[in-house]
Ligand binder design. Structure first.
Ligand SMILES: Cc1cc2nc3c(=O)[nH]c(=O)nc-3n(C[C@H](O)[C@H](O)[C@H](O)COP(=O)(O)OP(=O)(O)OC[C@H]3O[C@@H](n4cnc5c(N)ncnc54)[C@H](O)[C@@H]3O)c2cc1C
Length: 456
């Protein structure tokens, strides 16, 4: 059954993240029909996932229902569904139970974790979705609870050792927040353990953390982390991860850290949509599996299929590949929307030019690094810039005043109110250590497959 017949040009957007949402917003007044499809019914502000993972904020504080965000756009329909296939010749996308025709298709399905060739996901969850953040939160707080009950000092130490693999912005932010949690927030809460004895170890393969930043800002970020009590080990390569240890190579020596909590912040690869496009639409992929796009973000063989955000590999006029960040996805989404609208109205459009506002990473409660090229900051002032930008975005987006109030409160009182251990469908009275062993971390759902093009 093929649905959605109408005279208006139909733009189908897959993915309600930063790229897809901004494209939809920009098309609000265009003479088109828009269908935004996402397998979730909400948009997530991913830069604050680490706060959910460490109990500082609740999932709803950083998420907004897509329907609510787009309710004023009368030309826009929201569908909660997973796109499992694309037929570029018939111009349809396939959902589980139906097909939808498009005139223009915008794909913004983002990225997922990359564990290279290793099967480490179950022992070292990554941080990309709300579910990931809740799983990390569960593991972190179970570790403290288990340590409190453990009488064997060696085993207690294992529970109080937290290892993060990957020293990019997500790893740095998560390590800083964990250190503050253990060494500050939780200090008074337990009777048998001293949470300030917890070790937070950040392993980074390159020779410095935050390699995308200038070296002096990386250095300052490392110093700030160390002041918070994080042990930073650079130039190390992780060779094995089990449920109870991480092994890494430094130079010619192999070291093993005993730990019950390992978190993965090391690498991303394109979502399965990229492979689908390679099979169905002859798209070319880069080494991270991202889709190589033309200057207007479309595919050379199918100019009405656009790929934006983290899923796209875009090289600008200066030969620079744009990074996988929220502002890149937003600006690409807006550009593609304008490109489609102007194309229909036969109006010219200047080529895409990315406006780079710089990079920010927060380290604990009141330090950050900011690299805007012309302005490089670290410490409290940088943290203030970081706070302002994030709160401004959340307020602008969904009036998240509550988030700002919570932040200020948490900043003044050093509390973290969302420290809940929850496991959907599990008996909460289950013995924690056993639960830790048996509850399965669910990796993302099925990989889309390609129909033979022109098969029907
Ligand atoms: C922990 C973390 C911290 C970050 N911090 C920062 C930061 O501080 N600053 C910054 O600029 N950037 C940051 N980023 C990166 C930023 O979040 C991404 O660059 C941005 O989200 C990319 O937007 P996108 O639209 O391409 O994809 P996403 O925002 O990931 O959205 C993809 C959407 O597609 C949907 N989807 C996927 N597959 C399908 C399918 N088959 N069918 C239907 N729907 C589907 C998903 O449900 C999701 O809603 C961070 C990312 C993470 C994970």
């Amino acid at each position: 059954m093929v649905l959605n017949h109408s005279d208006l040009h139909h733009v189908v957007i897959v993915g309600g993240g930063f790229g897809g949402l901004y494209a939809a917003q920009k098309l609000a007044k265009a003479p088109v029909r828009v269908t935004l499809i996402d397998k979730r019914n909400f948009h997530v502000f991913q830069p604050l996932l680490y706060q959910v993972a460490t109990g500082g904020l609740s999932p709803a504080d950083i998420s907004s229902p897509l329907r609510a965000l787009l309710s004023k756009n009368k030309n826009t329909e929201v569908l909660m569904a997973e796109v499992t296939n694309i037929d570029p010749q018939r111009q349809t996308v396939k959902l589980r139970y139906r097909e939808i025709e498009y005139d223009s298709l915008i794909l913004a399905t983002g990225v997922t974790h990359k564990y290279f060739t290793n099967d480490w996901e179950q022992n070292a969850p990554g941080l990309k979705t709300i579910e990931n953040a809740l799983e990390i939160r569960r593991r972190v707080f179970i570790a403290f609870e288990s340590a409190e009950k453990e009488s064997n000092p060696e085993k207690r130490k294992d529970w109080l050792t937290f290892v993060l693999v990957g020293g990019g912005p997500a790893g740095v932010e998560l390590a800083g927040a964990l250190a503050e949690l253990a060494h500050g927030t939780l200090k008074e809460d337990f009777r048998h353990i001293d949470t300030s004895q917890a070790q937070i170890i950040l392993l980074q393969s390159p020779d410095r953390i935050l390699p995308a930043y200038p070296p002096h800002l990386s250095g300052e970020a490392q110093t700030s982390l160390e002041k918070l009590g994080v042990t930073v080990k650079t130039g190390v390569r992780v060779t094995d991860i089990t449920s109870q240890s991480v092994t890494y190579r430094q130079g010619t020596t192999l070291e093993k850290i005993r730990t019950r909590t390992i978190l993965w912040t090391a690498g991303m690869k394109a979502s399965p949509m990229a492979n689908l496009l390679a099979q169905c639409a002859e798209a070319k992929l880069d080494s991270q599996g991202r889709v190589m796009v033309e200057p207007d973000f479309n595919l050379s063989k199918y100019p009405n299929i656009f790929v934006i955000g983290d899923l796209a590999h875009y090289t600008d006029a200066q030969g620079k590949t744009l990074p996988g960040t929220a502002p890149v996805a937003m600006q690409e989404g807006e550009y593609v929307a304008r490109f489609i609208r102007n194309g229909l109205q036969k109006r010219p459009l200047a080529p895409f030019k990315y406006v780079d506002w710089g990079n920010l990473a927060v380290i604990g409660k009141h330090k950050a690094v900011v690299d805007m090229g012309w302005l490089q900051l670290s410490g409290f002032l940088a943290w203030f810039v970081w706070l302002f930008i994030h709160v401004f975005y959340l307020l602008e987006f969904d009036n998240k005043l509550i988030v700002m109030i919570q932040w200020v409160w948490s900043y003044m009182t050093k509390t973290k109110g969302a420290r809940l251990i929850t496991t959907p469908g599990q008996n909460p009275e289950i013995k924690l250590e056993d639960e830790y062993e048996t509850v399965i971390y669910q990796p993302s759902s099925e990989v889309p497959h390609c129909l033979e093009v022109g098969n029907r």
